[in-house]
Design a protein around this ligand. Structure first.
Ligand SMILES: [Zn+2]
Length: 323
C-alpha cells in the first residue's frame, strides 16, 4: 500500500541548524545568484565528509547576528511544521556563532527566541561540542546545556570531522556531562567503525550516524546489547561518500537486527532533503512499511532528550495522530 509520507507524523533527532538554512534566505542575505548559492551550499558533488563540511561556510558567515540566528531558526521550525514533523531536536554549536562578538549566552538566547509563541512542532535544542575545540570551550557547552536543561535545551553532542581526533581524548568531557546529568549523543561511525567501541563504552543515549557499525560484527553485538539508538541520516551518508548508493546503506539490516534506529535528514539544505524524501527513498529501496516507519518514530520518541513525562505525552500524541 502506498504510504502518505506527508500525513505520517514524524520525529527528527539529528538536524543541524546551520545546514538547514532556507535557500531563499541564503540568497536574500548574500545577494548571490540561485546557481551560486546552490553550488556553494548544497552538496551535489562532495568528495568526502571534509568536502561536505565546506557547504556550511556561507550559512555560518550569516549566522553571526542575533536577528539572523533567530530568523533562520524560526524558518526551520516553520519548515518542519509544513512537513508534519511533530517533535524535533535541532542542534547547533554555540562556538561557531561567536565570530561577530556574540557570547554563548547570546547565541543560545537568539535560538531560543525563535520558539517563543511556538506551539507545534515541539522543539528541543542540542548544543554541539566540537572535535577541534579545546576542552575548556567544550566544557562551557556542557555548562550552558545544564543551565538551560529542560528550558529549551535537551542535551549535548560532539560534532565535527571524526577523522580529526580520537574519541579517547573526549572521555573526560562525557564523564563531566554525565556528572552534570546532561544527556548526550556523539557523532561517530559515520565514515568508519573506528571509535565506535569508545562511543559505546561511554553509554550515550544515542549515537549520531553509527552506521559503520555494520563493518564490525563484534561491535554490532555490543551495540545490540547496549540498546543505544542510532541516528541514521541516509542521504547525508551518500553525499559524504560514506556509502556509494542507497542500496549499500545497511539500514534494513540494522532494523532487522533489532537495533533501535531513527531516520533523520542531518542537514535539510546541504543534503537537499526532508524527512518525507528520506522515508520515500528508503521505502523504495528496502520496502519498509508504514508500520516500520511508525516503529522508527517511536524509537525516536523513546531516545529523545525530553523529560520522562513529556516523552510519555508525546507517545500518546503520536498514537493519536497515527490512528
Ligand atoms: Zn550530523
Amino acid at each position: 500500500m502506498e504510504i502518505d509520507y506527508q500525513k505520517l507524523p514524524k520525529v527528527e533527532l539529528h538536524l543541524h541548524l546551520d545546514g538547514s538554512v532556507r535557500l531563499t534566505t541564503l540568497k536574500e542575505l548574500t545577494n548571490l545568484s540561485d546557481e551560486e548559492i546552490y553550488r556553494k551550499c548544497v552538496s551535489s558533488d562532495s568528495k568526502n565528509l571534509k568536502d561536505y563540511l565546506t557547504k556550511f561556510t556561507i550559512p555560518l558567515e550569516l549566522m553571526q547576528t542575533k536577528d539572523n540566528i533567530t530568523r533562520i531558526t524560526k524558518e526551520l521550525i516553520e519548515d518542519l511544521k509544513k512537513d508534519n514533523v511533530i517533535y524535533a531536536e535541532i542542534r547547533f554549536a554555540p562556538y561557531l556563532h561567536t565570530r561577530g562578538g556574540l557570547s554563548y549566552y547570546e547565541v543560545i538566547e537568539s535560538v531560543l527566541k525563535a520558539t517563543q509563541n511556538n506551539k507545534t512542532p515541539k522543539i528541543n535544542f542540542i548544543l554541539c561540542m566540537l572535535k577541534n575545540l579545546d576542552e575548556n570551550e567544550n566544557r562551557k557547552v556542557i555548562d550552558y546545556a545544564r543551565i538551560f536543561l529542560n528550558h529549551g535545551i535537551g542535551g549535548v553532542d560532539l560534532a565535527g570531522d571524526e577523522s580529526m581526533a580520537s574519541l579517547e581524548s573526549y572521555k573526560e568531557l562525557f564523564k563531566y556531562a554525565k556528572s552534570r546529568k546532561v544527556p548526550f549523543t556523539i557523532h561517530q561511525g559515520e565514515v568508519s567503525s573506528k571509535g565506535l567501541d569508545i562511543a559505546i563504552s561511554l553509554a550515550p543515549k544515542r549515537i549520531g550516524h553509527g552506521i559503520k557499525i555494520i563493518d564490525d560484527c563484534e561491535l554490532l553485538e555490543k551495540m545490540k546489547k547496549s540498546k543505544i539508538t542510532l541516528e541514521i541520516c541516509p542521504t547525508s551518508n551518500i553525499n559524504t561518500k560514506a556509502f556509494s548508493t542507497v542500496k549499500d546503506l545497511p539500514i534494513k539490516k540494522l532494523f532487522d537486527l533489532g537495533i533501535p534506529i531513527t531516520i533523520n535528514t542531518d542537514n535539510r539544505t546541504v543534503s537537499n532533503t526532508n524527512l518525507n524524501k528520506e522515508y520515500e527513498l528508503l521505502a523504495k529501496e528496502f520496502h519498509f512499511t508504514k508500520e516500520d516507519f511508525i516503529k522508527m518514530n517511536k524509537n525516536a520518541i523513546k531516545a529523545s532528550f525530553l523529560p520522562y513525562v513529556d516523552k510519555l505525552k508525546l507517545e500518546i500524541l503520536y498514537d493519536e495522530l497515527v490512528k
